[in-house]
Design a protein around this ligand. Sequence first.
Ligand code: ADP
Ligand code: MG
Length: 488
Amino acid sequence: MTQELPTTDSDLFNKVLDALRTKVSDFNFKNWFQHTSWHLEEPGRVLIKVPTKFIRDWLADHFLELIKFELFRVSEREYDVLFKVEKNVNRTLELFPQGAAPALPTTETPKVEDYSPVKAVNQFIRSQESRTTQRLATITQTVFNPKYTFANFVVGNGNQLVHAACKAVAAQPAKSYNPLFIYGGVGLGKTHLLNAVGIDVQKNYPHLRVLFVTGEKFTNEVIDAIRYDKTFELRRKYRESCDILLIDDIQFIAGKERTMEEFFHTFNALYEVRKQIILTSDRMPKDMAKLEERLKSRFGWGLLADIQAPDYETRMAILHKKAEEDGFDLAGDVCEFIASNVTANIRELEGALVRVYAFASLAGLQVTLDLTREVLKSVVGNVKPALSVEGIQNKVADYFQLRTSDLKSKRRHRALAYPRQIAMYLCKIHLPASFPEIGHKFGGKDHTTVMHAVQKIKKCLESDASLKTQIAELEKGLDFPRGHANAC
Ligand code: ADP
Ligand code: MG
């Protein structure tokens, strides 16, 4: 290499930043590198100070390899890179193109006496190789997402049953529910739970071979096996070399004949020798139009467990948990705003939280309710005036051709009690209101009456298709800020 080696720390860092500037977009450069301060902590170790945990994690997840690579390319030596959060980071670097920035005085000069370019290049190549070998090694064993554990899963009304079933299966595979079939809408935690089971089983039963694939991957494997005449290998993998089979989004195989056929025999082979099978799907087996009847019936042999949208309290708890995990300081009103407006699923809930904090962090602002409203405007739409108990009562009364006062009355005739229970259920699911508050607004009913109503409607929703339709129609008419909690 014929390039001029940097003579000072700041020279090195400026050169690296110049190089980074050409490799990442302006937006990324400004957002992630602008507020950093670089130091040579000791020879071979660079410390990058950043103002927030969020920026630290982002840099570590997305740019660490690139930073290390550029340090190596510019200096021809390898550096470890560490990040440190320091609230008021004073930028030590001028972020101008090389040459335009005045060189900062420094007392630390990179130690280059024992530096050998050949050694450094070899080291670099070796580190790349070991990374590749590691990657290949992991292909043959199931790798779970370490973030998706039981400990990180917030248990609430909508997912209690599924959570308990998953825990039971992870504790004693093939002893309790086999197969365990989990169904529910997107972003409600199915993949998270499947991962959590896999992680626990690997920990508790290291000798068991756990296979975790998506319905799509399974389908592709079947296609490849047919194309390359490898069906024997495929069968050995799934039927003989597997003790626990986890398939995420099994609905994907519906309508794909050879895949369904292959899966049918895989299922039978595993089931016969009492191997655990867990499947997830976005709908119930009976609602999977193109799924063979024989598979539908097998899916119901064990436990069919549905996962429902989280209620307000669970949404609040999830937000607090995520904030804690990511080191965000989450104010009560901000949390309430997000929990009230982002109701469709947990993925969107998380997305909203991250968006607010990313924005605040990039703009160097405090997270306040006003800022949250502004940032989430495009996500939740122009936030409509908050939905109220009265709004829900009026809508339900209209729908059932009753008067609102009927819903608040003490009369227990079924023609009144049923709509009243539906209205209470909708209030609980969609409003940040407690059981006593709702009871109070329904003519001073006791909180246990509201609890009973909500439980009852939830239970009925599991089997009563016409109730599901009614609730869906009512929710549509309620004009939620965006989407609605699909509690069916
Ligand atoms: P699905 O597979 O049902 O579409 P995921 O499992 O991918 O949903 O969940 C979407 C996101 O929401 C993930 O980041 C997951 O960690 C998170 N999540 C879902 N349910 C919970 C929960 N009960 N507690 C904490 N995080 C959750
Ligand atoms: Mg999923």
